[in-house]
Ligand binder design. Sequence first.
Ligand SMILES: Cc1cc2nc3c(=O)[nH]c(=O)nc-3n(C[C@H](O)[C@H](O)[C@H](O)COP(=O)(O)OP(=O)(O)OC[C@H]3O[C@@H](n4cnc5c(N)ncnc54)[C@H](O)[C@@H]3O)c2cc1C
Length: 504
Amino acid sequence: MTHEGYDYIVVGGGSAGCVVASRLAEAGDVSVCLIEAGPNDCDLAEVQDLARWSELLHGELDFGYRIEPQIHGNSRLVHSRGRVLGGCSSHNSCIALRPSAADFHSWERSGAEGWGPDPVSESFDRVVERVHLELGNTANPLTRDFVASAGRAGYSLTDFSHPLFSQPFLSQRRKGGAGWLPLNKRGTRRESSSNAYLHRPGVANNLTIKTLSSVVAISWLGRRARAVVLADGSEIYVERDLVLSAGAFDTPKLLLLSGVGPPDALEALGIAVLHPLVGVGKHLIDHPEGVLIWELDRALPNATSQKYEAALFADVDGNGRADVMLHFGLEAFDLHTAPAGYPSASDAFSLTPNVCYAVSEGEVTLRSGDPRDPVVIDPRYFSDSEGYDERTMLEGFRIAREVVAQTPLADWALRELAPGADLVSDADLSGYLRRTHNTVYHPAGTCRMGAPTDETTVVDPNLRLVGIDNVFIADASVFPEMVGVNPNLTVMMIGERCAALIAP
Ligand SMILES: Cc1cc2nc3c(=O)[nH]c(=O)nc-3n(C[C@H](O)[C@H](O)[C@H](O)COP(=O)(O)OP(=O)(O)OC[C@H]3O[C@@H](n4cnc5c(N)ncnc54)[C@H](O)[C@@H]3O)c2cc1C
């Protein structure tokens, strides 16, 4: 039997995985193998054409993970995850924001030493050297009027392309700001991590990419990863380091299947414990999202790149940071409102408030020891005992209505379709929210980075798996805390830092 081995193996060719694999291959005379469960994205028009991103929801290239019944939230919610080279960066809407410096101070405070604003800023700079950013279609008159009405409501025009946009925004405008969103795209084509890092002239030939290959387990030699095991039972050997980049659901799954996790849970499934780590799968954080929809009094103007080109950030707590973000959408985002019986329309717009720093936490656990079974995902939306998440969301609902009440946007709005203008009390809005909310698809934190002395830490600040010699994690699962903006650029930044930390 041939012995197939590489110096570095990266599992998962998603937002972070493509970055790590490509940078490691560039770094020197080493062999690198990137293993991706889905197909190559190169010739898939539905992936490359950013305008078609929402067609991918619940389709063949989406893992489409169901969640457990929720006590306080919407149990019908499905967590979309790209199953294709580029991962969710081949599936998402390409909103490209850097979090504020304050977010990285908070990462440092929670034990991620060395991840403060200055060092991460260098890694973000490396990302945007590779990943082209541009604004969407700023000519759409309806989106322009949203920005104008937000200004009239006190959320004045803000440049979200600023490297640390929250700083000028919070010091100058206490209520918040609205404006055009930078997108990682070139014209109509998405600038996914695969396009920016892999499908480019001069890509290193010491990088092997295996698509349609799922890793089902890690095999160990003492405290070292010896090989990864593929679904067909074959093994690929790790000569130096293994990097897990399978995302916030599948990275903890692989660790748990391979005997790294809370010992009780592993033993209950008959999985031999290699290393007890209670934090694996815990601390599932996300941005829960509500939706309000208005019917238009005329045809929807169709000049758009991906329908969500502007947003509003609001500091509702007056604590100096934006707590709510509202995306402005050129469609009726009725994924959950229509099944709940609310009317919809083809000429419509939506405002989708999300809680930037939601405090409810969930968890990811194994359903069984069979790698074909998806993990159990229990986000526990709106479960925090103080009710912060729901209260903040309902403030977001009020802001949405306040903005739509201002001209010029008010002139476009024929009627509120969901939840409907007659729904105003907190109790009624809460009922609606719980039946119809979605996620912005930002799950994170399930293998959190922290101080090695903290028992809930899964990776140390060098991204090294605690207790194991040669395994690193680079993806959204390592977030110590949620960032206050859409996270894709931050995930790519983690890919850059991981490569810099372990490159030969
Ligand atoms: C619909 C949608 C819209 C979004 N919109 C935005 C946006 O506009 N802006 C933004 O900032 N963020 C957005 N996000 C979130 C953002 O895209 C993610 O946070 C980010 O891509 C996560 O990156 P990751 O590297 O952690 O995981 P992923 O990008 O999901 O990568 C994981 C990869 O691992 C592969 N994989 C999984 N298991 C295995 C296995 N066992 N073996 C081999 N390969 C495996 C998967 O196929 C996938 O390619 C969106 C997400 C979605 C789903």
